[in-house]
Design a protein around this ligand. Structure first.
Ligand SMILES: Nc1ncnc2c1ncn2[C@@H]1O[C@H](COP(=O)(O)OP(=O)(O)O)[C@@H](O)[C@H]1O
Ligand SMILES: [Mg+2]
Length: 425
């Protein structure tokens, strides 16, 4: 569902289409909410069976409204009430809109803001007039993700089932009331062709990466996609995965399942955080360690950031190939991060990486952003204790074009030798 778009001079408006409950219906809704919370607490439910709940609500409404309205009205009402109750209340329709990248609740009596994929930052006509309404949404997110938020732990950091990341805070941490920041993950993943169309990369770079990822079936390159928050790292990794040779056995390891790799032979592993009793955690590192006993050809780590880095590099050292994203602002910084705490990868192992792809989210003055692969660097080895990088491609911001700087690529040469073919760079 997409809200209406309306332009004004300073910041474009986004009109939320919402259901208007009558006063009586609002009362019923509150009653239902309390029943539902009791039910959730008594049964320790972390997820709901929507069909059953819809039936329950409908029965409740039939009882209350008797035959004052026709069945169709009551069914529609029940559906909208369910959305309020087990969805994310008034922001449900925003969460469902795939054109939005971010949803930002900044407190009480202030508009909710959204970041639109095409129009950039927008103001919505949605206001919360009481803290409790925002808290209700935060509570249902906490319940769904088995977390809690209260005065003892007033910050909630969670991932929704659909891959979206949520951060929430409550007063007094946030002075103007509870806040919610949601970074959404696009339901329809961008393909490599979409990325070429958006000029995130060009077809020359795409074919180069194809060659590197597939490696003519000889020895696939180890690649790290690096960039800032929301620069499109995961999206690029996902798009590149189409080039993985279908004969490979892939193991993907993530915090939350975001990657949608089209291959048949894949094990998708998801880490687990502690439950309410602080138990049962399975980390990315545990999963990377375990993957070594699963005979992987390629290990894909959604985001490398901790101790799992060493385990991953050990795997690369024993002939597996690896693919992952990392948070850094340049290829040099990528290496600095890898060799320092908490990752602590021995310097000597860094040359196991073949390429670092840098991606950036670039903002224009009108608040609209776009993504570019700003650099592809090849790790060529180590000289006098310094890791040597060679730039193969570079984005030129002045005319928004990509420059091919490849005079020679170590990786391509190696591939050509192994395969007995020659390449013209
Ligand atoms: N090249 C791109 N062009 C336009 N939108 C993109 C592009 N890459 C990613 N996005 C969108 O940006 C958001 C963040 O992307 P994501 O891949 O999760 O970033 P990261 O992994 O770097 O945090 C998603 O909503 C995604 O759909
Ligand atoms: Mg990511």
């Amino acid at each position: 569902m997409t809200g209406d778009l309306m332009e004004n001079n300073i910041i474009p408006m986004y009109n939320v289409s919402k259901f208007n409950f009558s006063d009586e219906e609002k009362l019923i809704l509150e009653e239902l909410r309390e029943n539902l919370i009791d039910l959730a607490i008594s049964e320790q439910m972390s997820s709901f069976n929507e069909e059953l709940i819809l039936k329950d609500i409908l029965r409740f409404l039939e009882n209350r409204l008797q035959n004052r309205f026709d069945y169709e009205y009551k069914e529609n009402l029940a559906r909208n009430m369910m959305k309020e109750l087990i969805g994310y209340g008034e922001i449900s329709s925003l969460i469902e809109d795939d054109d939005l990248e971010e949803i930002m609740v900044i407190g009480v009596n202030a508009p909710v803001f959204v970041y639109h994929r095409e129009y950039g930052m927008m103001e919505t006509d949605l206001f919360f007039d009481g803290e409790d309404k925002i808290i209700n949404i935060i509570d249902s997110i906490a319940r769904e993700t088995n977390r809690r938020i209260d005065q003892q732990s007033p910050i909630l950091d969670a991932r929704l089932a659909n891959g979206s990341r949520v951060n929430a805070t409550i007063p007094p941490l946030s002075a103007n009331g509870p806040t919610i920041t949601i970074r959404k993950f696009k339901k329809d993943h961008l393909s490599i062709v979409d990325l070429i169309r958006y000029n995130t990369l060009n077809s020359e770079i795409a074919s180069f990466l194809w060659l590197c990822v597939d490696w003519l079936g000889v020895k696939p390159a180890n690649i790290i996609v690096s960039g800032g928050t929301s620069s499109g790292k995961t999206t690029l990794l996902n798009a590149l995965s189409i080039f993985i040779n279908p004969k490979e056995r892939i193991i993907s390891i993530e915090d939350t399942l975001e990657l949608q790799i089209p291959h048949k032979h894949i094990l998708r592993m998801e880490a687990r955080t502690v439950n309410i009793e602080n138990q049962g955690e399975i980390t990315i590192e545990d999963l990377v360690k375990n993957s070594l006993r699963q005979r992987p050809d390629r290990i894909i780590v959604g985001e490398v950031r901790g101790k799992e880095a060493i385990t991953l590099f050990t795997a690369l050292n024993t002939g597996h190939s690896g693919f992952g994203t990392l948070h850094a602002n340049s290829s040099r910084e990528t290496i600095t991060r890898l060799i320092n705490a908490p990752m602590n990868v021995p310097k000597i192992m860094i040359s196991l990486i073949d390429f670092i792809i840098m991606e950036k989210r670039i903002y224009m003055s009108d608040g609209i952003s776009f993504r570019r692969i700003t650099e592809i660097a090849e790790v060529v080895g180590m000289e006098e204790g310094t890791i040597q990088l060679s730039k193969l491609f570079q984005w030129d911001s002045e005319n928004d074009q990509f420059q091919n700087l490849t005079i020679m690529s170590k990786t391509l040469e190696e591939m050509a030798n192994l395969k007995g073919v020659s390449f013209l760079n």
